[in-house]
Design a protein. Structure first.
Length: 472
């Protein structure tokens, strides 16, 4: 095999963020075949976005590359297409409101929407069992806190979506028990083997048995499952031994993004993609086109040509990917339309039940010209500003006492202040309002005049909460 052939084979295993400028990518050097599409590269209209993806697909095929376009579209706060379609509620809100047998129209609508846009694969459903109430990254993305609930809802979501898009369950062998966010650091999971096998792994085992198209592996380290201290994505014990051999999974295994801090902070540049493939991964995901990606791609090609990477492993990965591409091309039985009315009815029912308002102080709507804000999402400041004359940062030494304090504590939770600091801010305010997707925070932060808890953090739900707060 020469270098050109090695690069072409490598390109079928790498996944890159869909670029804003295709001219910036050297397709001869980096003939990447898999692209993850985020909302920031979509056009302002559905038709424009659909045409953009179609043109990119045709261009890649002209270069001898059979593309696979994927997207993160879980519903709730993880959505890319809310500008074009009414977004699905979060999995947690759906599971709290509907029975498993009722959710089919929601996920068939979501998958049909992706298919009509030109997306082949959805990186969903989330099969994590959210046993940690203050989990900073999973939360409402999970269907529940038990393996049974997650399996029932997750696999119904998969089967309802399958006629339209390939589906990828995540994050094997479970991310719902963590206290840390793998985007920012490497979480260490110290649960015993019994807890892992009885609670967190079963939904993935059920998905394997149902023939789910792909599984994404987490960037956590599991002391009960591995002797090494690598992220599971890079561990042969987790993927090769447990997932491939013990569980018998033979379809695509995809890494979570290899430019997340859990990997970049623990692995030498250029080695992560090699270790992930040797561990058993087929698709190597990068969400940034950076020198790190280029180095990783070139290093992988070098390892392939030198024999460090076994050609049989590469052939197996390409075969799995090829089988998936063939399934998507031959999906001629996709219904031309779906029951949108059923979807909208169920969606409205879920969203209506997702927000619980406790206005014990009878303060709503807020009448104020100044708000002191504590928020896990800086962008909320701009959304509040039109409603009031001034928004300051709460808990700062220069902040004046009194006025309205708004604690907007939505997931993912990345607080800059301690609970004690926030309690002091509550005590020093005239009116304290807590808005959160973490129900346990209402007990940790007592004394608020208004508490709004939500099962869903999608844009429509946030809009509804803002309307409730400011009467708009």
């Amino acid at each position: 095999m020469n270098e050109t052939q090695a690069r072409y084979a490598t390109g079928q295993m790498f996944c890159l963020r869909f670029p804003t400028d295709w001219k910036a990518i050297d397709l001869k050097r980096f003939p990447v075949a898999n692209y993850i599409v985020f909302r920031d590269v979509l056009e302002s209209t559905f038709e424009g976005s659909r045409d953009k993806l179609a043109e990119a697909r045709a261009s890649l095929r002209e270069n001898g590359i059979e593309p696979l376009f994927m997207m993160d579209e879980e519903g709730g706060r993880v959505t890319q297409i809310s500008e074009f379609f009414p977004p699905a509620p979060s999995p947690r809100a759906i599971a709290k409101t509907l029975l498993p047998e009722e959710i089919g129209p929601i996920y068939s609508h979501l998958a049909h929407s992706l298919c009509s846009l030109g997306i082949d694969m959805n990186l969903a459903p989330c099969l994590d069992v959210n046993t940690e109430a203050m989990n900073p990254i999973i939360g409402s993305r999970a269907f529940g806190r038990t393996a049974k609930a997650v399996s029932l809802y997750g696999l119904t979501a998969f089967m309802s979506s399958r006629p339209y898009t390939a589906m990828v369950g995540k994050h094997f062998p479970g991310h719902g028990m963590t206290h840390a966010d793998s985007h920012l650091e490497l979480p260490l999971v110290d649960l015993g083997l019994k807890d892992m096998e009885s609670t967190h792994i079963p939904p993935f085992g059920d998905a394997c048995g149902m023939g789910i198209d792909g599984l994404m592996v987490s960037h956590c380290t599991y002391s009960a499952l591995q002797d090494d201290d690598l992220p599971a994505t890079l561990s042969h014990q987790v993927i090769g031994t447990i997932l491939r051999e013990k569980m018998g999974y033979r379809r695509l295994v995809i890494t979570d993004s290899l430019d997340m801090d859990a990997v970049t902070g623990t692995t030498e540049p250029g080695r992560a993609s090699i270790l992930a493939h040797k561990a058993g991964c087929d698709i190597l995901l990068y969400t940034k086109y950076t020198p790190r990606f280029e180095n990783s791609f070139d290093s992988f090609v070098g390892a392939f040509l030198s024999g460090e990477i076994d050609r049989r492993g590469v052939d197996a990965s390409l075969s799995r990917r090829g089988a998936l591409c063939k399934r998507m091309r031959s999906c001629s039985g996709r219904p031309a339309s779906i029951d949108r009315e059923a979807y909208e009815t169920l969606r409205d029912r879920v969203l209506s039940a997702s927000v619980l308002i406790n206005d014990r102080g009878k303060r709503l709507p807020l009448a104020c010209d100044r708000v002191s804000l504590v928020s896990t999402h800086p962008e909320i400041r701009a959304r509040i500003r039109p409603s009031v004359g001034y928004v300051s940062e709460a808990c700062s030494p220069s902040d004046k006492k009194g006025g309205v304090l708004l604690l907007w504590l939505m997931e993912p939770l990345k607080l800059n202040y301690s609970l004690e600091c926030m309690k002091n801010a509550i005590a020093g305010s005239d009116v304290a309002v807590l808005v959160t997707s973490y129900h346990s925070l209402s007990a940790l932060l007592p004394g608020c005049d208004v508490t709004i808890t939500t099962l869903d953090t999608s844009p429509p739900t946030q809009d509804r909460i803002l309307e409730t707060l400011f009467g708009e």
